[in-house]
Write a protein that binds this ligand. Structure first.
Ligand code: MF3
Ligand code: CO
Ligand code: CO
Length: 265
């Protein structure tokens, strides 16, 4: 059994501030992202916006990661490295994953953005990923179990003809970027350890249009779908409460380049 910290009210207040900074930066990314820019430009923007808010970008130098944000485009599942050769093209989908450190605590949140008009397939995988996160979040309360989250996500995503990545999971978060518990996005209802009010963790399902297998490129970071299919991801940091949970990275406003479509599931 993992040992999972229960944060105090004071610590949760500090984490809320960190989460709100990450969320605000993601909203600003939404306002600058467009066809023709490079992922390096997103990195520069996130780096500077984070510092302006008095925070630090957690990815930079984390286990050797060379940039301040992860930018994962089309078949890149996660941990894409921004660079000045990669230009956003109309029809792309791209996840931007922002993690800020403020008050010594981490706030971790991501969204997948549409660049121009998405293909029906791109729209499908992005909207399945968005809904998967919502359904996972909806299971969380004091006394629910870690397996309830993954079961809700897996059942929905597979029912929509998509697959759930196994190789990367959500994670406990606090003063440490990745701590216990591990939060799989697949699993069985009523299994795994019990959640308690005051636990803080992320849910961040990676949903593929094809198979769930991934490969990591020679840069030791970039994870891609093995079959080259499109993939999408959304992430929130949350705290478990008596009756549900609070999203610490709740956005101050909707994302115009992501929240464009209202699906009737
Ligand atoms: N933000 C990612 C997550 O959701 C982790 C990125 S680690 C990095 O857990 F080093 F690539 F930044
Ligand atoms: Co995370
Ligand atoms: Co993240």
């Amino acid at each position: 059994m993992p040992s999972v910290a229960i944060k105090s009210m004071r610590e949760i207040g500090l984490m809320r501030e960190a989460g709100q900074i990450a969320a605000a930066t993601l909203v600003e990314v939404d306002k600058m992202i467009r066809p023709g820019i490079t992922t390096e430009a997103i990195n520069t923007f996130v780096h500077e916006d984070t510092l302006r808010r008095g925070a630090r970008p957690a990815p930079l130098n984390y286990r050797g990661f060379p940039k301040s944000v992860c930018t994962s485009r089309n078949e890149v599942v996660c941990h894409g490295i921004p660079n000045d050769q990669e230009v956003l093209e109309p029809g792309d989908i791209i996840n931007v994953d922002v993690t800020s450190i403020y008050n010594d605590f981490h706030g971790d949140t991501s969204a997948t953005f549409y660049i121009g008009d998405p293909s029906p397939e791109a729209k499908h995988v992005v909207e399945v990923a968005r809904r998967s996160l919502e359904l996972g979040i909806a299971t969380v309360r004091d006394g629910s179990r870690i397996g309830d989250i993954g079961a809700a996500i897996q059942e929905f995503a597979e029912g929509q003809g998509c697959s759930v990545v196994r190789a990367f999971v959500g994670h406990g978060i606090g003063r440490i970027f990745h701590e216990d518990p591990q939060v799989p996005h697949y699993g069985r209802r009523n299994s795994g350890f019990r959640l308690k009010a005051g636990m803080t963790f992320t849910i961040e399902p990676m949903i593929n249009l094809g198979g769930y297998e991934v490969d990591v490129l020679d840069d030791d970071w970039t994870a891609v779908t093995r079959d080259g299919s499109l993939t999408a991801q959304f992430e929130h940091t949350l705290v478990v409460t008596k009756r549900g949970c609070e999203l610490l990275t709740k956005r101050p406003e909707p994302l115009k380049n992501s929240e464009r479509f209202d699906m009737k599931w």
